[in-house]
Ligand binder design. Structure first.
Ligand SMILES: [Zn+2]
Ligand SMILES: [Zn+2]
Length: 322
């Protein structure tokens, strides 16, 4: 009798354990926004969700990140921590939405615990001023709707190069990238989980330091920017923008050095500063990259997700799949 009872208990215990442990091993990266400041409906502002076991880490929070999260049916309260690569507006402009809308009571929000934010020097000032900017809303909702102050509290940490976060088996390492002389520090991030790793470039030109920190990475997510040669010849503005980013040919050189199992473009700037000159297309982007790189790569799309397991699996979003 006792034996039957304990084996039944063991069975229930195993049934309870299996889904939890399967879930705990998943390592998935979803591109919430693959765009730039260009206000495009197809490409929202830069934001990448990394799900590793029980952690849901958000890297940058550009335009529309809250909308993309809810397209995945992920409540905003579930984001464990937010990491900023740098403080250019296209990377942060979606943050007040995530922060304040995530505090509202409906199912997409309902945050009751403080948010945790990591970023470069200047992040604390930015958060302090956001709290001032939205003071009226915060005061009103606490008084009127009785929302808990804890749910709108932000715990901010300014970081430097090195390991910045270690929790539930996930390790996040920030490293310096090169986004131009006035944009320092600008970070890329490496995320390690259960012997696998992904690297997010942030905004950068060709960076030796990125190559160093990407050693052995399974998947490299890299920014890219391109303009037509005739645009670059005639426009100082186009040259200045491209000069802060990585050309497809240079990205190919980075991929050759890092040799990831898969490279993925995000923060995709296909631009023209002259209405008479068309912007490069995705096909142009692919053929320019192929000049220097013959390995596996994807041109990222919003809500594309990449599972990092024994195999690297790429999923494109369809409304039916969610
Ligand atoms: Zn940017
Ligand atoms: Zn930038």
């Amino acid at each position: 009798m006792l034996q039957t009872f304990s084996s039944k208990c063991l069975c229930i215990f195993l049934i309870l354990l299996i889904p939890v442990s399967t879930c705990a091993q998943s390592f998935k990266v979803t591109l919430l926004g693959t765009g730039t400041p260009i206000p495009m409906v197809e490409r929202f502002g830069p934001s990448i969700l990394v799900e590793a076991g029980s952690e849901k880490l958000l890297f940058d929070c550009g335009r529309g990140a809250a909308i993309r999260l809810w397209q995945l049916h992920i409540p905003m309260r579930d984001v464990t921590a937010v990491f900023f690569t740098h403080l250019h507006s296209d990377h942060i402009v979606g943050f007040p939405d995530l922060w304040l809308t995530g505090w509202l009571p409906p199912p997409f929000g309902h945050r009751t615990e403080p948010m945790h934010v990591y970023g470069p020097r200047g992040t604390k000032q930015m958060i302090l001023h956001l709290e001032k900017a939205y003071r009226a809303d915060i005061r009103i909702r606490i008084a009127d709707e009785k929302l808990p102050r804890s749910g709108v509290t932000i715990v901010t940490k300014e970081i430097t190069e090195g390991v910045v976060y270690e929790k539930n088996g996930v390790k996040v390492t920030a490293f310096n990238v090169d986004h131009g002389e006035f944009i320092k520090p600008a970070f890329g991030y490496r995320i390690d989980y259960q012997g696998r790793s992904v690297v997010l470039s942030g905004d950068t030109r060709f960076s030796e330091n990125l190559i160093k920190f990407s050693n052995g990475a399974d998947v490299l997510f890299h920014e890219v920017a391109a303009a037509k040669p005739e645009n670059l010849r005639t426009s100082e503005a186009a040259r200045r923008i491209i000069g802060h980013h990585t050309t497809p040919e240079d990205a190919g050189r980075v991929f050759n050095r890092v040799k990831p199992k898969l490279a993925v473009y995000t923060h995709i700037a296909l631009l023209s500063t002259d209405p008479a000159i068309s912007a490069p297309t995705v096909e142009d982007l692919v053929s320019l990259t192929r000049k220097t790189y013959s390995g596996a790569f994807e041109v990222g799309e919003d809500l594309m997700s990449i599972e990092v397991g024994d195999k690297i699996t790429v999923h494109r979003f369809t409304p039916q799949s969610h």
